[in-house]
Design a protein around this ligand. Structure first.
Ligand SMILES: [Zn+2]
Length: 231
């Protein structure tokens, strides 16, 4: 599956808008004509996820300098996976195969777009995918300190750095998740062991008491006699 963040910036770069209801936190992706004022979606227009709602307002106009999601809003979780590889450029949903296909799908993206896609990756695998696109579209990371770079070279450096930073952070999170699961498994095993030990200890104590009574010829209920017979 292609990283949702990559699909989203590709759609935005091709002119898709982020639209929503002024009172709702979710913004949808919309690709199509706007009303004459350019501020809302026509009555019969639907976002990518197909949700029917009252009139949708344009929150972020597609194709601008830099995609930003307005504060306190989030992009619709159903719109993103329904977006094709690169809306209007590669409208398939499959992963591009080979370097040329990746380049064809994403070469219209700017360093700023790819920096955003990098920061929005949600798994280590996605960072590898976006990293590969950065490598193909922007070329290798410029050498040297970013303080000595400027213009395009600095922007390319920033995109590479963003994907490396994001991967490092996600790797830590994914590792801790795996470690936490392992710890839980061990604790579950410990619990089973503890219960088994406690049951054995209880039985041993009962057997000791039964032996003590038997040795002194005291009265023993039938279950104690059975216990001694099987101990
Ligand atoms: Zn949606």
């Amino acid at each position: 599956m292609i990283a949702p963040a990559l699909r989203l910036v590709a759609a935005y770069r091709s002119g898709a808008h982020l639209v929503g209801r002024p009172t709702r936190p979710v913004v949808h992706v919309y690709a199509g004509p706007l009303t004459r004022t350019g501020q809302s979606v026509p009555g019969r227009g639907r976002p990518v996820c197909g949700q029917r709602t009252r009139r949708l307002t344009v929150m972020v106009t597609g194709g601008g300098d830099r995609l930003t999601v307005p504060a306190h809003r989030r992009v619709c979780r159903r719109c993103m996976p329904l977006l094709p590889a690169a809306l209007g450029v590669d409208d398939r949903h499959e992963l591009p195969v080979g370097r040329d296909a990746w380049a064809a799908a994403y070469s219209h993206l700017t360093p700023a777009d790819l920096t955003i896609a990098a920061r929005w990756c949600e798994t280590v695998d996605q960072t590898h995918e976006v990293g590969r696109v950065i490598q193909i579209v922007l070329g290798p990371k410029p050498a040297g300190s970013p303080a000595r770079l400027a213009g395009d070279r600095l922007a390319v450096h920033t995109a590479h750095q963003a994907v490396e930073d994001r991967r490092r952070r996600l790797a830590i999170v994914e590792r801790t998740d795996a470690e936490r699961a392992e710890l839980r498994r061990i604790q579950d095993l410990d619990q089973v062991d503890r219960e088994r030990l406690a049951a054995t200890a209880r039985r041993d104590a009962q057997v000791d008491r039964a032996r003590y009574r038997a040795a002194r010829g005291q009265y023993m209920p039938p279950w104690e006699r059975d216990l001694l017979a099987t101990a």
